[in-house]
Write a protein that binds this ligand. Structure first.
Ligand SMILES: Nc1ncnc2c1ncn2[C@@H]1O[C@H](COP(=O)(O)OP(=O)(O)OP(=O)(O)O)[C@@H](O)[C@H]1O
Ligand SMILES: [Mg+2]
Length: 507
């Protein structure tokens, strides 16, 4: 950004806002500007711009129009700016104590001043550019992971794309990741981004396409059913404890739980190794009528095939320098919940005793696993809430992603200290968001409704105010491409046409 003079302050000012007469044609809403006060540059942002022209007052315009003598003289461009402040020697943001003097010169703010004042100077993870500028936005990886992060937006607004960008940055810094991937979108991290539009934009962002080979995709079903999976994912099915089974079946009521606990207490001393089949048999001997529901639930769990004598080691799933992707495409939602619950419990316990390194769990479609109370009951809710409230102490972070903020557990969302918001229009979701978002006001709400595609609002304790970021292109391929219905239909039509021709020829 150049240090050009772009205007002069006029009228009544305050320490929080001022208006200036704009002297150039490029200045626009959202631009960062600076004014010298007490030998310090104070940063401000243009909140709105109006244009007026005395020659075109209502009266004058009607006269001019009737005279067919339209001209463009005396146009006045006025920018209303909101003061952000300046940083003192200790890095604290200072708001000026006195209003700005009319007549003060306004300059376009330079990149280092913007980064320093907004608190973007110390981060490492390169997310994109401050909207409308060439100022890189880099966020602090430690804080992002420790203090959790949420990505919220309506469907198709770029949540998975943005989370992909953050995951790339975390992988480049060796942060261990476990990705809960209900739609199988993240294995594409292993492929170079060859999207032409993305590739063309990379120059502007100063990045190059690449792939991330340190990712392993696990499937809870079979390798033959998931062509991108590297490994199967299995839960330890040997000697299952009553607590674990009860966690996996959250629908059991108290008397059904009693049956389960009683039966395992009987079966455990009888056998060195017992499985869920032995538990089912023992429950069958119970005298309580509640046993039928318990048998039913245990049989459903057994039928998923996810409990195994050869379980996936938890140390394998959260390990230094890589990501484990649990690809649950095509997996029954109840089983998905069981898997997420089990994984989160195991990682939490393992992290507490240092069996796995500090890292982050990424949860796509978080409203399915930690829903707001009243929406549904899930096995994973309790543990996700625990990690959200206590994970920081043990270096276990959460990234929760959802298209329905109103349906995600408020306790979880309120613990996410970095909030990344893309376009949201649903009134309920905006309301839910404003409850958990400090500094949310009508203006910000309007901004969220109008966010352009690929632009995210970042709100964080580290950043002095919410900032709009043009998210950088993905370096690796984005797996959640929207399917072009028209093109797909045409392809299908083309295929069936060919099939008809071949059938005719064969006949
Ligand atoms: N920053 C970006 N740069 C370029 N393209 C983007 C960006 N963000 C999103 N897109 C495009 O928008 C499409 C939808 O993005 P994405 O898959 O991330 O949406 P989503 O919010 O996760 O949707 P859903 O709720 O359906 O999961 C992508 O296919 C991608 O092409
Ligand atoms: Mg998505």
């Amino acid at each position: 950004m150049s240090r050009e003079l772009i205007g002069v302050i006029f009228g009544v000012t305050s320490p929080f806002e001022f208006k200036f007469l704009v002297s150039d044609t490029y200045t626009k809403k959202g631009d960062y500007v600076k004014v010298m006060q007490d030998s310090d540059w104070v940063l401000a942002q243009i909140a709105s711009i109006t244009i007026s022209n005395d020659s075109f007052s209502l009266d004058a315009t009607s006269q001019l129009a009737s005279a067919k003598r339209l001209g463009n003289t005396g146009e006045k461009k006025i920018a209303k700016s909101t003061v952000i402040g300046s940083k003192d020697n200790r890095g604290q943001l200072i708001i000026p104590k006195m209003p700005f003097s009319p007549g003060s010169k306004v300059y376009l703010a330079d990149s280092p001043l913007v980064r320093k004042t907004l608190g973007l100077a110390s981060g490492e993870a390169y997310i994109g550019l401050l909207e409308g500028t060439d100022v890189p936005v880099k966020i602090d990886v430690n804080k992002l992971v420790q203090h959790h992060c949420s990505i919220l937006a309506k469907t198709g607004s770029g949540k998975s794309y943005t989370s992909g960008v953050i995951i790339e940055e975390l992988l480049e810094r060796g942060v261990p990741l476990l990705i809960i991937d209900p739609h199988g979108e993240y294995s594409s991290l292993k492929q170079v981004n060859r999207n032409r539009e993305d590739n063309l934009r990379m120059n502007k962002y100063g990045i190059l396409p690449r792939s991330y080979d340190n990712c392993i995709t696990y499937t809870p079903s079979n390798l033959s059913l998931n062509e991108v999976a590297d490994e199967v994912f299995r839960i330890d099915g040997v000697n299952p404890s009553a607590k674990m089974l009860a966690q996996l079946i959250p629908t059991l009521n108290n008397s059904q739980r009693d049956v389960l606990y009683r039966s395992i207490k009987k079966v455990a001393p009888q056998k060195e190794f017992y499985t869920i089949a032995d538990v089912i048999e023992e429950v069958g001997h119970d005298s309580s009528n509640s046993k039928w529901n318990v048998i039913d639930s245990l049989e459903s769990l057994e039928a998923t095939g996810v409990l195994s004598e050869c379980p996936t080691e938890i140390e394998e799933l959260l390990c230094k320098g890589g990501a484990s992707i649990i690809d649950m495409r095509g997996v029954d939602p109840e089983l998905q919940d069981i898997i997420v619950s089990k994984l989160c419990y195991e990682i939490w316990e393992a992290r507490k005793i240092g069996k796995v390194p500090p890292g982050m769990i990424v949860i796509e479609e978080a409203h399915e696993f930690c829903p707001e109370r009243g929406y549904k009951k899930t096995a994973s809710s309790v543990i996700i809430r625990t990690i959200a409230s206590e994970g920081r102490k043990f270096g276990l972070g959460l990234m929760v992603i959802s298209q329905r903020p109103a349906r995600v557990d408020k306790n979880v969302l309120s613990q996410c200290h970095t909030q990344i918001i893309l376009k949201i229009t649903n009134a309920n979701d905006l309301r839910a968001l404003s409850k958990g978002l400090e500094g949310m006001n009508a203006e910000l709400e309007e901004e969220i409704k109008r966010l352009s595609p690929g632009v995210a609002l970042f709100v964080s304790d580290d950043i002095e105010r919410p900032i709009a970021v043009e998210v950088r292109p993905r370096k690796s391929s984005h797996g959640g491409e929207s399917i072009k219905i028209v093109e797909e239909n045409q392809k299908e039509e083309h295929k069936s046409l060919l099939a008809t021709i071949f059938r005719r020829d064969e006949g």
